[in-house]
Ligand binder design. Structure first.
Ligand SMILES: C[S@@+](CC[C@H](N)C(=O)[O-])C[C@H]1O[C@@H](n2cnc3c(N)ncnc32)[C@H](O)[C@@H]1O
Length: 256
């Protein structure tokens, strides 16, 4: 069934269905049948010792042509972006990265949280998304936001040394072949003591969201981040639809 799923996902109709489902993420209009394949076993029903299933190959990147739906006002009701950002306890003046920033739905809120002495590095694999984000920034905010188009497996650089990496609704779009390097890059881009925050769709059947088969379980996200040298810190139970997981980069012990 797995290879049939892969063939489906990488076929033109599968790619189209994935794209429609991705658009439905923000529109919130599709019923369960439209949310993608329902034959993926939800993580909660899988045996704990079962190996992580292989996710369908192919690109699941949210199409830039559908970007306006990311800012549809109806999204605020289920995404609760202000509550999400408030839950992170961001201090004034912190340096933040928004990985997979899209049109900047969270970027501008992160910017407000870090204030006029802070900075947000907004990273996306699609230049069209960065262009849309550039257009929404107020002139006074421009000096506090850096826009960067990244290679698909390397969102951040070790020299970025940010205090917090925020990665929302993006990890599920990264293919299995790149996930380990992608997460390692986010860990490498953190300053010691910095935090990685992953906000992503729960792998459970629901009316909204991308196909179940491409979502990641909390256990898989923990495995990837812990392998990248981060420590699990917090599971914030805020949204019924999303995982909100926090990881911390250890501070090296002082040299004796
Ligand atoms: C569903 S959108 C979410 C955008 C934004 N975080 C939000 O919640 O509104 C996912 C974004 O991740 C970006 N993306 C997908 N794969 C990526 C990768 N490998 N590196 C950086 N960005 C990526 C897409 O271009 C898209 O803008």
């Amino acid at each position: 069934m797995g290879s049939a799923m892969s063939r489906w996902a990488s076929s033109p109709s599968g790619r189209l269905a994935s794209r429609i489902a991705a658009v439905a993420v923000a529109l919130g209009t599709l019923g369960a049948a439209g949310c993608g394949p329902s034959d993926a076993t939800p993580a909660s029903r899988r045996r704990p010792d079962a190996p992580a299933p292989t996710r369908p190959a192919g690109s699941h990147v949210f199409p830039a042509a559908a970007a306006p739906v990311l800012d549809d006002p109806s999204r605020d009701a289920w995404q609760r972006p202000d509550d999400v950002v408030a839950a992170l306890g961001i201090a004034r003046g912190q340096r933040l990265a928004d990985v997979g920033c899209g049109t900047g739905y969270f970027t501008t809120r992160l910017l407000r949280a870090t204030g006029e002495t802070g900075h947000v590095l907004a990273v996306d694999v699609q230049q069209e998304m960065l262009d849309l984000l550039a257009r929404r920034l107020e002139p006074a905010d421009r000096a506090h936001v850096t826009l960067r188009r990244n290679p698909p497996d390397r969102p951040l650089e070790p020299t970025d040394a940010v205090d917090l990496v925020f990665c929302a609704n993006t990890l599920y779009e990264v293919s299995d072949a790149m996930l380990t390097r992608f997460v390692q890059s986010m860990a490498d881009g953190l300053a010691p003591g910095g935090r990685l925050v992953v906000l992503d769709w729960k792998p459970e059947p629901m009316r909204l969201g991308p196909p179940l088969a491409i979502r990641l379980s909390a256990a898989r996200i923990r495995e990837l981040t812990e392998r990248a040298g981060l420590a699990f810190t917090q599971d914030v139970a805020l949204l019924p639809t999303h995982l909100l997981l926090v990881f911390t980069k250890p501070t090296p012990a002082p040299a004796k």
